[in-house]
Design a protein around this ligand. Structure first.
Ligand code: HEC
Length: 421
């Protein structure tokens, strides 16, 4: 290669770096910001990774709330952060129609421990409660898999080799390898935490773009949803061979996944009021329609006797669908129709989920026997808990994407647990 072409490559690289923020500004540039002291600082510091639309379209916040939000994304000198927080608090105060946090009091106690992910702005997406009591998480926007040991507080991040992998959901195999869905990169990845080595598996079809939530079946095959591609995949981890099926109806948005008691993969469709079951061998699909046409089940959990509970994100309900009796029932979530229930798990038949639209977020406990709720504020704010994962002792691992934290919820002990893994 000649010197000239090397120089041209370098110039091209610099050009690409400088247009990255401009691309972000298509989604709202500094011109969309109201005038005032601090505007320039916001325009400079807050468009490096995204447009100002994230700010202008937000629910708004207090000065302190703004500081907490952006401190989890970018480390700024204190005086500069103060200028920005003051500007944001004054021009983007909390909107009056933001749903209010409603905490349901009760007798039970939980203990919530939190850790800040080392890379700011990494948006921990899904957590995984490992058998050794440690927590892995997918640092989606930083292309890392994180790991924390709650006993020692030892925390580390494993870098992924490919930029814009966007690790989203993750799970573990019997050897302790982490398998993750690379949502931006369209891959399934395998991380060996002992060596840090990562192996990538590409989709066999370019239309399969966004692997989402992975889960092993009882035969050791790795199933995963692909939300916007409208597909579900099944991969043989030994060979990397992947089979894909497309959902029967357009824009079904296959999302959360669990396994039924007979070992069938079972998902919710976030684009419709439907759930779906897959034949473990043929991948044939059976769909189930939920009673309310406006329901949008975003994630789900399943009890040992095949009662499905789903987070009805669009309506602010906790929903139930009994696969054996076909009975359905739903309960309004404590913080109301706009509370956006999201991450959900069950611990020995007790349902735990997150209300993600309110600030701070809550973690909600629901006992199907008494039909009673109790809820707690998440100390770090929650910042949208997109998924949870259950330890064998019934404690819950939680990732708090918007506040860049990972958490352990020590739940009241009520017996043996069966998680959603
Ligand atoms: C290092 C990268 C980075 C920087 C710098 C950054 N952010 Fe972010 N921020 C993110 C990412 C990643 C998201 C998620 C984007 C998405 O989901 O599309 C985000 C989302 C947001 C949101 C949406 C609300 C939420 O939590 O989902 C707001 C508001 C926001 N940022 C405010 C700010 C402000 C204010 C600044 C400047 C002080 C800033 N950001 C600087 C990475 C960054």
């Amino acid at each position: 290669m000649s010197k000239i072409s090397l120089g041209m490559l370098a110039a091209a690289a610099i050009f690409m770096c400088t247009i990255a923020p401009a691309a972000g500004q298509r989604n709202g540039g500094a011109a969309d910001l109201p005038d005032g002291p601090g505007k320039d600082a916001v325009a400079q510091e807050c468009t490096k990774c995204h447009g100002v639309n994230n700010i202008t379209n937000s629910w708004g916040d207090t000065k302190a709330g703004w500081r907490q939000t952006f401190d989890s994304m970018v480390k700024l000198p204190d005086d500069r952060a103060e200028i920005i927080a003051t500007y944001l608090g004054a021009h983007f105060p909390e909107k009056p129609d933001r749903p209010k946090t409603v905490v349901v009091p009760g007798d039970l106690k939980v203990n919530i421990k939190e850790w800040i992910a080392p890379t700011l702005g990494s948006r921990p997406h899904d957590p995984y409660a490992a058998p050794d009591g440690t927590i892995y998480w997918a640092g989606m926007w930083a292309d890392v898999i994180g790991h924390v040991d709650p006993k020692t507080n030892a925390i580390k991040e494993y870098p992924l080799p490919t930029k814009r992998t966007g690790p989203h959901g993750l799970t573990m195999d019997k050897e302790g390898n982490i398998w993750f869905a690379g949502n931006f990169g369209g891959i399934i990845g395998k991380l060996n935490p002992k060596t840090g080595e990562v192996k990538e598996f590409k989709m066999p079809d370019p239309a399969a773009k966004d692997p989402h939530t992975p889960l092993f079946d009882k035969k050791g095959m790795l199933w995963f949803t692909l939300q916007n591609s409208n597909m579900v995949g099944r991969m043989n981890p030994a060979t990397g061979d992947i089979k894909l099926v497309t959902l029967p109806q357009a824009r079904s948005q296959p999302y959360g996944m669990v396994m039924t008691s007979d070992g069938s993969p079972f998902i919710c469709e976030f684009g419709a009021n439907r759930l779906a079951k897959f034949d473990i061998d043929t991948m044939a699909i059976t769909e189930y329609t939920l009673p309310n046409p406006e329901s949008r089940p975003r994630r789900l959990t399943i009890t040992a006797d095949d009662v499905v509970y789903y987070a009805d994100y669009s309506r602010g309900y906790l929903g139930m669908y009994n696969l054996k009796t076909k009975a359905t029932k739903e309960w309004p979530s404590p913080s109301g129709p706009k509370s956006q229930p999201y991450g959900i798990v069950q611990v020995n038949g007790i349902i735990w989920y997150n209300e993600s639209a309110i600030r701070p977020n809550t973690i909600v406990r629901f006992d199907p026997k008494t039909e009673k709720f109790q809820s707690w504020i998440i100390p770090g704010g929650g910042g949208v808990v997109r998924n949870m994962s259950v330890f064998a002792n019934g404690n819950i691992a939680m990732a708090e994407s918007g506040v860049n934290r990972v958490a352990l919820v020590e739940t009241p002990k009520t017996g043996n647990a069966r998680g959603t893994k």
